[in-house]
Design a protein around this ligand. Structure first.
Ligand code: ADP
Ligand code: MG
Length: 727
């Protein structure tokens, strides 16, 4: 198959041997994590107790305790062969950041000792002045610092002790994703606990859970290395569709190729050692597309684990001569990759708040929480969409395989009917009357079958799936914190408002149940526009959604405006998650990042067409021209026309495509020059979206046409059919 001799030799063919661990998963799970078992083993009992108390009750660590923890952690790390430590944080760019420092300090006798103090554990100044801050830290005062998030345990990655940290400026503004996420989780805990206490006063804490499903593509490393576009932008900027792609749907849930399975096993073992509870793996819809999902965990930890997993996958893939593509749309014409976020709330008394209960009261609580989520998603649908949009995810959203670019909630038949009944009953009595006895409130009897019977609607971006909501619009490369910040804060804010209104009704003389019911009914009525169980990909829905007043914006830079509306600013202020100035700064970063990504793509595409495609097209064209001349020499004039006509046609077509490519590439450069002169980050991002991106699609059109015409032997890039089918 291969036109590249050098590639042929480096191409992976056989599965690479899996680095088998010692024992079963339960033996090595968490081996690289400073978890409670290791804390207990390595810390003095007083220190251990103080640390566990601080973690469980969200207290600050005293310097003395921190020193004790650092000493134990250092000893554990050294026992594990570790030499360096790093504060591990989540800057506003993609992925995670690390700055490694050795444990060594001078011992005063000409040598060194291994040192790691509580001060270094708790706080570090990474001098990370080149991380984006949206102007919060001007470069002359470029200090930001990272501080240990004790709710997420330290872990060892590639012989480095990593300490999960928040990253903030000296004036206290967040410069990362983790800080606002922790605040949002704190806020939803408080607000949800207060509402739970209507039903059970013993509830002291509500935890938000996240179970992500990570989709990704694999490509052979040798082929990847031949595609500058994949290497530099994460996606193919050109490439004609393969004759066979996903039409047969033979990849989805198909048997996993042996090479891929070896890779999966290897990275899952690494993940288990890191305490990441990977559980499910399968082929996805597109060729070479796969998915991994863990058992759900508390949101902050789950998100740290997802970020770690992305790093581990990248590392392990290289051993298997693969590259992992986490880009949302690496290949045109086949499905893109998402990261579904399964999200739920649960109490410290063991109640899942989105799972129907066994008693009428439990079901009133269930519907209370579902209704508040609906209200929050309804009010903030535009913001939720803004939270998941990016220069890369925009290729997926609204395309026919992914969630549509309109946020709506799918409830399913049973919950949908329940909601309708509530809306139609003016009082809780009206409902109870319909029931045979007081205790048998029919309406609140939700069949337990629900869990298995979540009549799945794959086209919904935000679906109720039995005991949780599944937010499907996230992109595969995203940090889930972006959406988790918005969901948890929005729901917290909504629950706070709910509580105030119910209390008011009670103060006016209603019983608790009546008050809750009346308020639930009110918000269900108000948030009806967000409820949609139909086909989210249809054109009718787009029109209907617009009529319902849902956000239908398609431009990513404009979606970001929703972070700055008075409603959003107020919501984040009320919940204490982000201040107005933080929001302003973060939006600057979003727009800037958007522009930079498109800018890089445009440059890479420009280079590739001018120095890969056009020269090869010229070469092939000359061969044809040469051929025509030879035909003319060889044949009598009256026959030439018939013999050379097709070649002449082809020569002309190639000329036209090349001409178009050159013109468009030049025009794109000019458009970039204009856009680059724009001062405002917002306006610049809009210009890149409106004026630059369309050129890229147009240029691609001509390149893909040429790919079909030009001699396979000399086409300079691996084609889709070569990239997408791992043997
Ligand atoms: P599917 O692809 O059918 O949606 P998967 O098994 O791939 O399902 O993934 C479902 C994810 O949802 C898993 O990560 C699972 O742990 C998670 N999950 C299950 N129950 C809950 C819950 N109550 N809260 C949050 N996540 C959950
Ligand atoms: Mg799945």
């Amino acid at each position: 198959m291969l036109r590249f001799k050098a590639v042929e030799e480096t191409l992976g063919r056989e599965p690479v041997e899996v680095q088998e661990p010692n024992g079963r998963p339960s033996d090595y799970f968490g081996e690289y994590v400073f978890n409670r078992e290791k804390m207990f083993r390595y810390l003095p009992i007083k220190t251990y107790e103080a640390l566990v108390d601080a973690i469980d009750n969200q207290k600050a660590l005293s310097r003395e305790v921190a020193d004790g923890v650092a000493a134990g952690m250092r000893q554990w790390a050294i026992d594990m062969g570790v030499t360096h430590y790093s504060h591990w944080f989540q800057p506003l760019t993609d992925g995670t950041a690390e700055k490694h420092d050795g444990f060594i300090e001078y011992d005063g006798k000409g040598g060194v000792v291994e040192e790691f103090s509580g001060k270094l554990l708790i706080q570090q100044e990474p001098d990370a002045s080149s991380f984006p801050s949206g102007g919060i830290r001007s470069t002359f005062e470029a200090r930001g610092y990272s501080a240990w998030d004790i709710s997420s345990p330290a872990f060892i990655l590639n012989k480095t002790l990593c300490i999960p940290t928040i990253f903030i400026s000296y004036t206290g503004e967040s410069l990362d994703y983790k800080t606002p996420l922790l605040k949002a989780l704190n806020s939803v805990n408080k607000a949800a606990t207060a509402v739970c206490q209507y039903f059970d006063e013993s509830v002291k804490r509500v935890t938000a859970y996240l179970g992500w499903e990570q989709e990704y593509f694999l490509v052979d490393e040798a082929l990847y290395n031949c595609r500058a576009d994949l290497m530099l932008t994460g996606r193919t900027l050109m490439g004609h569709e393969s004759a066979k792609n996903q039409q047969l749907e033979d990849h989805y849930f198909g048997s996993i190729p042996l090479r891929v399975e070896a890779f999966m096993r290897d990275f899952e073992i690494e993940c288990h050692k890191l305490g990441i509870p990977c559980k499910t793996r399968h082929n996805e819809v597109a060729p070479n597309q796969f998915e991994v999902a863990p058992i759900y965990e508390e949101v902050n930890l789950a998100n740290d684990h997802n970020l770690q997993l992305m790093t581990v996958m990248n590392n392990v893939a290289r051993r298997h001569k693969f590259r992992v593509l986490l880009h949302e749309k690496p290949f045109k014409g086949v499905n893109g990759s998402g990261k579904h976020n399964n999200w739920s709330l649960g109490t410290d008394t063991g109640v899942q708040l989105f799972a129907p209960g066994k008693t009428p009261m439990a079901n009133l609580q269930f519907i209370t929480f579902v209704a508040n989520v609906m209200a929050a998603v309804h009010k903030h649908n535009a913001l939720l969409k803004a939270s998941i949009i990016s220069a890369t995810n925009q290729h997926r959203l609204g395309a026919n395989e992914a969630p549509p670019a309109i946020i709506s909630i799918f409830l399913g038949r049973q919950i949908g009917e329940l909601v309708n009944k509530i809306i139609q009953s003016p009082t809780i009595e009206a409902l109870s009357l319909a029931a045979k006895s007081e205790l048998d409130l029919h309406v609140f009897q939700v069949p337990e079958l629900l869990l298995d019977n979540t009549d799945r609607n794959r086209t919904s971006p935000f679906a109720f799936t039995g005991n949780r909501f599944e937010f499907r619009a996230l992109g595969s490369s995203a940090n889930s914190a972006t959406s988790m910040i918005v969901i948890n804060a929005a729901v917290a804010s909504q629950l706070m408002e709910f509580k105030v209104n119910v209390d008011n009704r009670i103060a006016q003389g209603m019983s608790k149940e009546e008050a809750i019911f009346a308020e639930v009914r009110k918000i269900l009525i108000e948030s009806q526009p967000i409820h949609f169980d139909g086909n989210g990909y249809s054109d009718e829905w787009k029109a209907e959604a617009a009529r319902r007043g849902l956000d239908c914006e398609n431009s990513a830079p404009l979606m970001y405006d929703n972070y700055l509306t008075p409603q959003t600013v107020e919501m984040f202020k009320k919940t204490g998650v982000l201040t107005h100035s933080e929001l302003l700064a973060r939006n600057e970063v979003k727009w800037e990042l958007y522009t930079k990504k498109i800018q890089i793509e445009a440059r890479v595409l420009g280079d590739l067409v001018m120095n890969h495609i056009v020269p090869v097209a010229t070469r092939y064209q000359s061969i044809l021209i040469d051929n025509v001349f030879k035909i003319k020499n060889l044949f009598p004039a009256d026959k030439v026309e018939a013999i050379a006509a097709k070649d002449m046609d082809e020569i002309e077509k190639i000329a036209l495509h090349m001409h178009a490519i050159k013109e468009l590439a030049n025009a794109m450069v000019e458009a970039r020059k204009v856009a680059n002169r724009i001062e405002s980050e917002r306006e610049k991002a809009i210009a890149y979206h409106e004026d630059i991106e369309p050129y890229m699609e147009e240029i691609r059109y001509h390149v893909d046409k040429l790919e079909l015409m030009i001699d396979n032997e000399i086409w300079p890039l691996p084609k889709y059919r070569e990239l997408m089918f791992i043997k």
